[in-house]
Design a protein. Structure first.
Length: 395
């Protein structure tokens, strides 16, 4: 720099005193490039302090080139909304798969900003936080936000939104955009509504099967005796079902290959993979229940859907099926029972029949025994079990 009055060699770096009396510092980085201070200093002490800080960064392995540091600082100054978009685009599971369409849509709903064209629209549950800088989202702010969300009564939505925020901020910590994850509420993702799913009794299920519109009897059977989710059942095609017969020609079993599932998105009902890798499985149904399914698939071949919509080719929406399901469950005296309760019924019966946790997981497509336990319910076998365990008579 022209007009320098003097140069001072330091143990690290160099300091020049300028004609203005200010001091200009620079140093050579680990990459052998020379880096000047971003501005001059009033005195020699401040210039030496700046050089000392750079020397410490190099010694501790925390040094970064100024251009990289500036880019990182710009990243740290982005909002949750901006970072969430990057997170959604790059998020993968342990197998390297990106988010499924239905999951991606749900996450965007939770993060959605208010629509200015809709009066009173508050946006998604995380809208309050999305405009904040990542570093400004503190544990206290998260606790206050969560408390306000719980006060709305939407406990399940709150737990899902908290889980999403926790995952995003955990990645931000890895990316060194924040120093710590502000989601510190113990059990924040495990909020329960207090509503229990009660599976049907045998007699209630019989009433549903008798009352339901005949074309949907096999759908109920696949869920209640095969344990399939609604999206898995309505994705089934004729080629996925193999019918086995006895020597006498009667149906003895059906084997169902569960390889895909459908989900509702903003683009309509779309096919995709099962909920998890464990969801790909082969399920067997025996006896008279197998006969119900065999009768339903009779005449269907190849890609034909087992349970199509009214047009015969589209996937059956749960909303379209609901009026038939609603009438059947009311007839059974169970207006409270969701279709998913049939999966609970099968899991409980399977465990009651003696299935191990691993066998129940394999049949229902669960990844852990903990998930499987949520689907198993106590039955009225208390006296029977007590009788089995009573001490033998010594008489």
């Amino acid at each position: 720099m022209a007009g320098r009055q003097s140069k001072r060699r330091e143990t690290f770096g160099q300091i020049d005193k300028l004609p203005s009396g200010r001091h200009w510092a620079r140093y050579t980085g680990p990459d052998c490039e020379r880096y000047p201070a971003p501005s001059t200093f009033d005195n020699l002490t401040d210039a030496r302090a700046w050089l000392a800080a750079r020397r410490t960064e190099i010694a501790t392995g925390k040094w970064m080139p100024p251009a990289v540091l500036a880019a990182a600082e710009a990243q740290r100054n982005q909002t949750l909304a901006a970072y969430a978009e990057t997170w959604l685009a790059s998020r993968t599971n342990s197998r390297g798969d990106h988010l499924k369409p239905r999951t991606l849509e749900e996450y965007r709903r939770l993060l959605r900003s208010p629509d200015p064209e809709k009066s009173g629209d508050a946006g998604g549950p995380l809208a309050e936080l999305t405009s904040m800088l990542l570093g400004a989202i503190s544990p206290a702010k998260v606790r206050a936000w969560r408390a306000a969300q719980l006060a709305t009564g939407k406990k399940t939505q709150t737990s899902r939104a908290y889980g999403l925020l926790n995952a995003i901020m955990a990645t931000a910590v890895i990316d060194k955009l924040v120093d710590a994850n502000p989601c510190t509420v113990k059990g924040g993702e495990a909020t329960h509504t207090g509503r229990k799913v009660i599976p049907p009794t045998d007699s209630e299920l019989d009433e549903i099967l008798t009352t339901i519109k005949p074309e949907y009897r096999a759908l109920v059977t696949v869920a209640a005796f095969g344990g399939l989710r609604y999206g898995e059942a309505t994705a089934l095609r004729a080629k996925d079902v193999a019918v086995e017969r006895s020597d006498a020609g009667t149906v003895s079993a059906v084997r169902i290959n569960v390889e895909r599932a459908v989900a509702r998105t903003s683009d309509g009902i779309v096919p995709g993979s099962t909920k998890s890798e464990n969801g790909v499985r082969r399920v067997g149904i025996l006896g008279q229940d197998a006969g119900v399914i065999a009768q339903h698939v009779h005449g269907l071949i190849g890609e034909a859907l087992l349970f199509p919509a009214a047009d015969g080719v589209s996937f059956l929406a749960q909303s379209a099926f609901h009026r038939h399901w609603d009438a059947a469950r009311i007839a059974a005296g169970r207006p409270d029972m969701p279709f998913h309760a049939l999966r609970h019924y099968r899991a409980t019966a399977y465990a009651e029949a003696g299935a191990t946790a691993a066998e129940n997981n394999a049949r229902h497509g669960w990844s852990t025994a903990t998930v499987g336990l949520r689907y198993q319910h106590a039955t009225d076998r208390a006296d029977e079990l007590a009788a089995r365990m009573r001490r033998r008579s010594t008489a």
